[in-house]
Each structure stands twice: as structure tokens, then as C-alpha cells.
Design a protein around this ligand. Sequence first.
Ligand SMILES: CCCCCCCC/C=C\CCCCCCCCCCC/C=C/C(=O)SCCNC(=O)CCNC(=O)[C@H](O)C(C)(C)COP(=O)(O)OP(=O)(O)OC[C@H]1O[C@@H](n2cnc3c(N)ncnc32)[C@H](O)[C@@H]1OP(=O)(O)O
Ligand SMILES: Cc1cc2nc3c(=O)[nH]c(=O)nc-3n(C[C@H](O)[C@H](O)[C@H](O)COP(=O)(O)OP(=O)(O)OC[C@H]3O[C@@H](n4cnc5c(N)ncnc54)[C@H](O)[C@@H]3O)c2cc1C
Length: 666
Amino acid sequence: MSSAKVNEDLDRERKKCVFNIEELTNFLDGGSESTRRRRETENKILSIKGIRDVVPEEYLSHKERYENAIRKAVLYYRAAKQMEDSTKSVFENFRMNFRNSIMWAVFKDNSPFGLHYAMFLPTIEGQADDKQKEYWLKRANNLEIIGTYAQTELGHGTFIRGLETTATYDAETEEFILHSPTLTAYKWWPGNLGQTVNYCIVIAQLIINGKNYGTQPFMVQVRDEETHAPLPGIKIGEIGPKLGFNTVNNGFLGFDHHRIPRDRMLMKNTQVLKDGTVVASPNSKLAYFTMVFVRVTIVMNSANTMARAATVAIRYSAIRRQSKIRPGEPEPQILDFVSQQHKLLIGIASYYAFSMTAMWLWDIFAKFTSELAAGKLNQLPELHALSCCLKALSSSDCAALVERFRQACGGHGYLLSSNLPQLYGLATAACTYEGENTVMYLQTARSLAKAWRQANEGKDLFDTMGYLADKSSMKQWDGSLGCIVTGFQKVAAGKLATSMQNFDKYRKSGLSYEDAWNKCSVQLIGAAEAHGRAIIMKMFRSEVERTVPALSNQLQTVIRQLVQLYFYYWTIEKLGDLLLYTPITQKDVNDIQRKYEDVLEALRPNAVGLVDAFDFRDEVLHSTLGSYDGRVYERLMEEALKSPLNQEPVNQSFHKYLKPFMQGKL
Ligand SMILES: CCCCCCCC/C=C\CCCCCCCCCCC/C=C/C(=O)SCCNC(=O)CCNC(=O)[C@H](O)C(C)(C)COP(=O)(O)OP(=O)(O)OC[C@H]1O[C@@H](n2cnc3c(N)ncnc32)[C@H](O)[C@@H]1OP(=O)(O)O
Ligand SMILES: Cc1cc2nc3c(=O)[nH]c(=O)nc-3n(C[C@H](O)[C@H](O)[C@H](O)COP(=O)(O)OP(=O)(O)OC[C@H]3O[C@@H](n4cnc5c(N)ncnc54)[C@H](O)[C@@H]3O)c2cc1C
């Protein structure tokens, strides 16, 4: 990137960076050729005429924003389709786009076709039989039809078994009758549903001859392909403005005895024959498989959101000068305050921790899907337990850090032109969608509790829960990274042991299994969270050791410092737990605190280089505070001047209200 007219402080930061920024970008992309191709794609997309906004979208009305997003989506996806590798499966294509951030340049908020890619296509890929796949995947891949995933209802999101939409089979006509028996049965939330899609996968209770066979996915046309008018028996619209996702067109959908042909039920797993005979799925939870896929991708998505916010906050902290550290000296860059480094540098370390864990989790997912083709299902419970706690941890850390970065930018972080509030809107949504985080932790806890009992019986455990078999207590704390991983495993095991002991006591006192579980749920969530944290630490460290030896010495040192930072940060954050479940002493804590301060100091000169290496273009960041050139104050003023209120010297409200009011005439 050019360094012309770059803010002097930022320029100095880049000069003092000890490693080659391009080398790190290549490492993140998976090689210099991947970086080249990614940049080429970005250039192509951004050179499309009309793809950039002229008026900041915050000044558009709700309706205009939507229409503008659709206008750009058509331009963007037409170009993206031409660049797509059509030999790859839906899942592989997703993985290949993990480092592709250009979509965020086009959609500052989010894509109005996002659900088509994130859930509609993956559900066809994962739940349709071969014949259905052949037909629907082709149409959906070509964007001849646009779809979404309609599961959540007004009355139920978490408890899928409680969904009220019914699909009742009529063997005489070989049709399903979709119906929303109550207001709370209306689908509510599906992205892109309101005015954008013409098809959707509807999750409904399958009813045959009065018997409920559980929820199943149905391909449902909701709008006419030519006129886009809602089909008879379908009530559809959008659910209104939200904290974020305002270009996503989340919608509602109700059915009034709407009939669809039998072959519209996606029948890879469960099948309904013409006469109404049901052929059961090899595992009923395969119907939830799209959610597993999206949870896996959320780990990477959270890492990316965190990286964008960290880039903004760190660049801004390098140009912002405020207060005094030493008397008589000029005002320092706020990045020189150690407390500021503490707030921000964990964001960079967390990006590496989550993105490396995400790749590892992806490999487990990919292995499972390839084994699934051969009918092997035994890794599903472990994949489910892992994806639940990693989805929850990554999204909650991401939301907490993005909000912290926003505050770390002082008042200017509150401006929409910083883009930090919108990034928070995106980040916090992921704590709710695709399984609310508390509920996700409790799913992992369910699996941990099972493993705990199996460990007591000397049975084999999933690899990622293997540490639960070692019931011995930790003998000593030596402060090494290996010791910290063991420490976090002991915290997870300790919390689990306490939960299980209390659970057993509650059971003995007469509580039912479910009531005892509910009573222990706060502790169980703690155990699941600690389990997730231990996994991330273990993976982060081992992935770094596996991958960095190919890099220059300077870069190896910096990436290892990020690992140390992550480990020391969380040791200090979770001291209470470590004091309870490990032999850590006050002296050990002081040592870690000192090491933490040292690693902050060591990383400080490389902070800007580290965020530059993410290689987010200004168009992706959309931020007055975070652009590459650091012209923050000029950009703040330029953006302020775009306000419609600044387009006239006196606003009409003065004559209408203020003047008569001040002159006592109103
Ligand atoms: C043009 C070219 C471009 C191409 C490029 C494409 C690539 C594009 C790249 C980037 C694009 C990025 C786009 C990003 C923008 C989009 C962002 C994403 C937006 C996401 C929008 C959100 C969507 C949604 O929210 S959809 C709705 C999600 N809903 C939920 O998650 C509901 C949560 N609830 C549940 O999952 C379940 O009900 C439950 C788990 C809470 C409980 O289920 P229940 O049946 O009650 O089960 P339970 O009794 O508790 O347990 C029974 C046993 O089943 C096990 N189990 C449960 N779930 C699963 C599962 N999923 N898998 C496996 N097993 C499961 C459970 O453990 C129990 O087991 P046990 O042995 O009996 O203990
Ligand atoms: C931005 C966004 C996009 C979305 N996109 C889609 C989409 O495309 N398609 C779609 O189908 N859905 C979508 N959703 C819906 C989303 O999946 C649900 O909101 C989510 O699963 C949570 O369900 P709920 O809203 O019913 O929350 P609830 O389940 O009502 O949760 C409310 C509270 O109850 C608690 N709670 C609930 N059950 C339990 C339990 N068993 N144990 C302990 N506590 C519990 C929760 O922890 C939470 O604190 C989207 C949501 C958002 C915010």
C-alpha cells in the first residue's frame, strides 16, 4: 500500500515494526499466491461500477437501505459467481472464502443474500437426496432462485422440538399441507426472507396419519418466480429495524393450509414414501446438520470481525495523542498507555487463537462429512459438543472485545462513521443466532457430563475430552505455557466435578434428573466455557508450533509472543478459577503479571504492523478512525459534512418551532 500522505505517527509505527508485514499477510492467506489471488478478486469487485456507496447508508431510510443493498448484491454476486470455483462443493467454497473480506466492502452491514450462501445452499447439500440435489443445487447455485433457512418461529427459537408449523401428509394427493396453526407458529427471523427470497427451506413438524415424526426440512416456494408475488396461502414480510443486520431483511412467514408436492421434503435422511410410510433417518440429529456447519463457520467469522475492529482501534490509538505520561514531554500516543495495550492487543492474539482453532475445527467437520458419505456417524456427538462451545466462546469474546475496542476509541468510537458500533451489532448477533450461547454451553456440558461418567467407568473418551480421565490433581505450577494449558484443563475438570457432585446431591435429595440439571446449570456453563478455553489454548499453541517454523525468525518471535499474551491474559482473567483448581500461588501470579506486562511491551512496536498484516482495505473497514493513512481528523470532518443537516445553513425547524418557541409564540 502507498505511504503517501500517511499520518506521521502511523508512518513511524510501520518503520519500527520488526517483521516483514507482507510475509505475515502471506502466512495468514496460506501463501503468497493466495494473497495475490485474493487481492486480484478484491480489485475486480471494487472496480465494478456502482458497487460503492455514494451516500453513507446511515442516512438512508430503512426502505432505501434495503433497496440499495439489493442493487449492490446483484452486482456483487454476478461478479463473485464468475470467480467462483464451480468444481468445489458448497462447503468447500465456504472454506475457501474464509479470508475473503471483500463482501464487507460492499455490504457495510451484511449481505441480503447471506442466508442463501450460509444456510440455503448448505441445507440442500446436506439434506437433499441425490435427485433433489441435482435439481435444486443447480438452480440455487446459479442464483435462478434465492432462498433462506426458515426454522425459528415467533414462539420458539431454541427448542426446535417445540416448533408449531406443521407439514401434514395427504397420501391421496401426495402432498404436504403446510400450516401455521397459531400466531406463535409464524416463522420469525429468517434472514433475507421478507422481500428477497422466492424459496426457503422450512423446518416443520412432519405429521402422518395423526402421528408426529419430528421436524423435517421442506423446500417451499414462497413467491412467484415471475411476479415475486407471495403464493396463495402464504403470508410473508419483514420484521422491522434491528440493532444490526438492517440490510439482511429478516422476515416472517405464515402458512394457511399451503400444499406442496411430496418430493419437496428434503429426503436424504428421513424419507416419506408415496403411501405415507416413513423411512427413518440413521440419526435424527442429522436434521440439525446445517446448524452444526454454521456454528463451525462462526468461529472464523468471529475472528474476522474481531480483526476488523482491532485494526480500527489500534490504528486510531497510534495517531491519537492525549494526556501525559511523563511531565514535560509531549502528549503520548494513547497506544503508549499500557492499559490501552491491555485493552487492544488481546484482540490480535484472539484473532490468531480463534482462526487457528477454526481451521482445526473445520478439518474435523470436513472429515465428518466425508465419513458421513460412507454412513459413518460416530464423530457427530464430539463435533456437536465442540462446535457448540467454540461457537459460544468465539462469539461472546468477539462481542466483548469489539465493544471494548469501541470504548477504547473514546468518544469517536461512538460515531457510526468509526464503524465500531455496527461491528458490535454484527458481533453480538452471533451470540444469539445459530443457538443462543447459554444454550450452546449447556449442550457441551451435556456431553461433558456423559464423558465424566464414562471416565469414572474407565471407558474411552473423545480425544478432546481425554484429559477428564486424569483425576489426579495438579502437583505444581511452573508457569510454562504447557502448565497453563494443564491448569485450564484442571479448571474445566474441577468445575465439572463440582457440578456433578452437586448434581448427585440434588438427585439424592429427591430432585428429578432434569430439575437437578437445571439447578446446576450455572456451574455447568462454567465447566463448558472452561473446556472451550482449554481447547483453544491447546490448539493455538500446537498450531503455532506446527506452522511457524517455516517463517522468518522475527515473525516466529512475534507470533509466539501473541501466544504468550493470550495465555497470560486469560490466566490473569481467570485467576479465581485457577486458585481454586490448581496449585498456583501468589508468587506465580505476580510472575505471570510481570511476564504479561513484558510481553505487552515487546509487542507494542509491532502493533500497527500486526493489524496491517490482516490486509483489510479501507473499503472493508469503512472507518474514519481506522483507515490506512491515519487521516482521522480530516475524515471525521469530511464524514460529518456529509450529514444532510449540514447541507443548508438554517434548518426549517428553526422557523417552524425554535424561533416561535424562543420568542414565546409557541
Ligand atoms: C457467489 C459465490 C460466493 C461463494 C462464496 C460462498 C462463501 C461465502 C462466504 C462467506 C459468507 C459469509 C456470510 C455471512 C453472513 C451470514 C452469517 C450467518 C447468519 C446466520 C443467521 C442465523 C441463522 C439461524 O439462527 S438459524 C436457526 C438456528 N437455531 C438454533 O441454532 C436453535 C438452537 N437449538 C438447538 O440446536 C436444539 O434444539 C438444541 C440443541 C438446543 C436442543 O435440541 P433437542 O432436540 O431438544 O435436543 P436435546 O434433547 O437437548 O438433545 C438430544 C441429543 O441430541 C444431541 N444434539 C442436539 N443437537 C445436535 C446437533 N446439532 N448435532 C448432533 N447432535 C445434537 C444432544 O447432544 C443430545 O445428545 P445425547 O447423546 O442424548 O446427550
Ligand atoms: C440477527 C439474527 C439472525 C437470525 N437469523 C435466523 C435465520 O436466518 N433463520 C432462523 O431460523 N432463525 C434465525 N434467527 C433466530 C435465532 O436462531 C434465534 O433467535 C436463536 O436460536 C435463539 O432463540 P430464541 O430467540 O427463541 O431465544 P430464546 O430461546 O427464547 O432465549 C431467551 C433466553 O432464554 C434462555 N433459554 C432458552 N432455552 C434455554 C435452556 N434450555 N436452558 C437455559 N436457558 C435457556 C436463553 O439462554 C436466553 O437467555 C436469527 C436471530 C438473529 C438475532
